[in-house]
Design a protein around this ligand. Structure first.
Ligand SMILES: Cc1cc2nc3c(=O)[nH]c(=O)nc-3n(C[C@H](O)[C@H](O)[C@H](O)COP(=O)(O)OP(=O)(O)OC[C@H]3O[C@@H](n4cnc5c(N)ncnc54)[C@H](O)[C@@H]3O)c2cc1C
Length: 619
């Protein structure tokens, strides 16, 4: 252990993860906390880290209040509709009322925004999306964070949160290790803002073998955002609300710009509009929700999944018409080059030119996240002015652990934030964290040397497992006493896939399968003590796996608790195939006891704070 040097840092605000939400948090923390010490710790390098790493082609959340295009209330109605009624409207409204100011800053900071030549406004791609030349998106927000924080630590993975020994429900910092040097880092902090992204690779992906590692959500999003708070007993919400995406096959290329800007459409192998075919069947499952406009994302997936199961595949995107227009053809290709270069490469390798061949679509494996079209994540306090008592406990975006805040994918209940909304939520969390410190809520935090040294032993154990275990190998790479992170990952993915509703079972599960899945996850947890890491990179893989495993347990517990199929197309409870508004028009909330590892579940009310006015059309 001595060979891993220990570094100590003390700060006021510690931001874990320097993606969209983390950079927003670092920036805003400085605005309100001029004299505070702010540190941001990032697993990769914040210039190109997080889901936005490659760049984006559109900012998916912009109200356009200055031109009266949309109001925050409209966005709440939109997200509520898409999530079949279940969102935290206080959080959604709070994000929406601030998001335009965030986008205006991006514009000032030099992000190239496309403008409508006729109106001079931002070029709309859809009602909520505006188009950007987004390759430089992440470096631009990273620069704002770098100029704001006292220090940015790159290449450090945070593995555990530190807890106050005077108040068991108060955070005291975090620990982790540098993946290049192997050094151990202790960050004692008055507040911690977790902004560590969503979770990919917990369900078996479609791309295995030749394409292993290819996923829609960023492959490095490993669920730390959930595992860190879950491990210290913070409550989580809507973890069953995993997302399945309809994307271009094999490259996971985005379809939004194709639908919205290029006006392309889908068809089955016979050239039919298959969505209409499944209307009556869907209505029997979910009732009037199928008549809502726009059709909730999961219900469109549902028609896709049913059509493929009925033998109507492959499903295609009709691009041949739009691509005859040279301008639209350019936009179609640029859409990938600025965001998912891999899709263009896949098409080239399969000899697909969308001008002459309609490319295939597929539904992805499920992902867990809180900023896109689903809302899994931490159960946090809302803002003082609009949150009902059950949703408010003093500081905006603070979890049920004192001093522990969240933003972006970390926060549950508030879907459709996307990149701009996540940055905005980081700002909101940071402002509240500053207030928490100013209110003297972070006084007398005690984090002993022993607590830090205990974590050090735990963190480097996979290296020890390997160092000892490799001597027992007599041939090849098969070890009797340790397994590699990739072996553990594939075991986890298989459990989640087969028992919790992945691709190989067409997203179907039930109580018996979920209980069996929980059993298998428990055995996996026990065996994870024996994961071995041959170097620091594999040590990161080992900890990513452990974080994915605890996230998966939480997802499975939530899926077992909700006895209905609220989101057909995301997953199905075969034993409760229908949506059940009478019993389940509610949010699910869990807490894992840090001592016993047992989860307890409860229902929380859904408050519809915003009325049902007709949505206005964006101009
Ligand atoms: C393929 C794809 C396309 C998208 N398209 C769009 C779009 O067109 N428009 C749009 O507005 N939004 C889009 N989004 C959504 C947007 O990217 C996310 O909403 C946003 O990035 C979420 O912000 P976040 O900070 O929560 O997570 P991220 O931006 O992913 O940041 C999380 C950060 O935490 C770091 N981290 C993780 N674990 C640890 C740890 N243990 N220790 C330290 N650091 C850690 C990661 O390295 C990462 O930098 C897209 C996302 C994806 C994946």
């Amino acid at each position: 252990m001595a060979r891993h040097k220990t570094h100590h840092e003390e700060c006021d605000i510690l931001v874990v993860g320097g993606g969209m939400a983390g950079t927003g948090a670092a920036f805003e923390a400085r605005h309100w906390g001029r004299d505070l010490k702010i540190i941001c710790v990032e697993k990769a390098n914040i210039d190109r880290s997080g889901a936005v790493a490659q760049g984006l082609y559109a900012i998916n959340c912009y109200m356009g209040m200055q031109w009266d295009e949309n109001q925050p209330e409209d966005h709440v109605r939109y997200a509520r509709n898409d999530l079949m009624g279940l969102v935290r409207e206080d959080l959604g409204y709070d994000m929406a009322r601030h998001v335009d100011s965030t986008v205006h800053m991006f514009d000032e900071w030099g992000l190239p925004m496309m403008k409508n030549p006729k109106t001079g406004r931002y070029q709309r791609e859809g009602k909520w999306q505006i188009m950007i030349h987004g390759e430089s998106y992440k470096p631009i927000v990273a620069e704002a964070a770098k100029k704001s924080a006292d220090k940015i630590y790159n290449r450090i993975m945070i593995t555990h949160l530190l807890m106050d020994e005077n108040d068991k429900n108060r955070v005291g910092g975090a620990v982790g290790f540098n993946m290049r040097t192997g050094d151990y880092y202790v960050f004692r902090a008055k507040t911690v803002i977790v902004a560590a992204g969503g979770a990919s690779h917990i369900f078996k992906p479609r791309a295995v073998g030749e394409g292993m590692g290819r996923t829609w959500y960023a492959p490095w999003s490993n669920g730390s955002a959930y595992a860190l708070p879950i491990a210290v007993g913070a409550k989580m919400t809507q973890m069953e609300n995993r997302i399945v995406l309809c994307r271009f096959k094999d490259g996971y290329g985005p379809v939004g710009a194709y639908f919205l800007h290029l006006k392309t459409y889908t068809q089955n192998a016979n050239g039919e509009n298959y969505e209409k075919k499944w209307y009556e069947q869907t209505k029997k499952l979910v009732g009037e929700y199928i008549d809502h406009h726009p059709t909730p994302t999961c219900l469109r997936n549902h028609a896709f999944v049913q059509e493929v199961m009925a033998g109507g595949g492959p499903i295609q995107m009709v691009t041949k018409e739009a691509f005859q227009d040279p301008h639209l053809e350019t936009v179609g290709w640029e859409n990938f080059l600025g965001m998912t270069v891999g899709q263009a490469v896949v098409w080239a390798s399969q000899n697909i030119d969308p001008k002459y061949t309609n490319p295939e679509l597929t539904t992805s494996e499920p992902y867990v996240m809180g900023s896109h079209a689903t809302c899994s994540g931490a159960w946090v306090s809302g803002p003082e002015d609009i949150s009902p008592p059950e949703y408010y406990w003093g500081y905006n975006r603070m979890m049920t652990v004192q001093g522990l805040f969240g933003a972006g994918d970390t926060v549950g209940g508030s879907a459709h934030k996307f990149s701009s909304g996540s940055f905005t939520e980081g700002r909101l969390a940071a402002k509240a964290a500053v207030k928490y410190i100013e209110d003297q809520k972070a006084k007398d935090i005690k984090v002993s040397e022993k607590q830090c040294e205990d974590f050090k032993k735990i963190i480097y154990k996979p290296l020890e497992n390997y160092t000892v275990g490799r001597n027992e190998i007599t041939g090849g790479t098969v070890s009797p006493s340790y397994f590699s992170p990739i072996q553990g990952l594939q075991r986890l993915q298989k459990i989640m896939d087969e028992y919790v509703g992945g691709i190989s079972v067409n997203y179907m599960t039930n109580e018996n399968l979920l209980k069996k899945g929980l059993d298998l996850l428990k055995w996996l947890e026990e065996d994870l003590e024996h994961v071995g890491a041959e170097d620091y990179h594999q040590l990161m893989r080992a900890w990513e796996l452990k974080h994915r495993a605890i996230t998966s347990q939480c997802v499975t517990e939530h899926t077992l608790f909700r006895k209905e199929t609220r989101w057909p197309g995301y997953y199905y409870r075969g034993d409760y195939l229908k949506l059940d508004d009478k019993d389940w028009h509610c949010l699910t909330v869990s807490r894992r006891d840090p001592k016993t590892g047992k989860f307890t579940m409860e229902k929380m009310p859904v408050y519809h704070i915003i009325g049902d006015k007709e949505e206005k059309k964006a101009s």
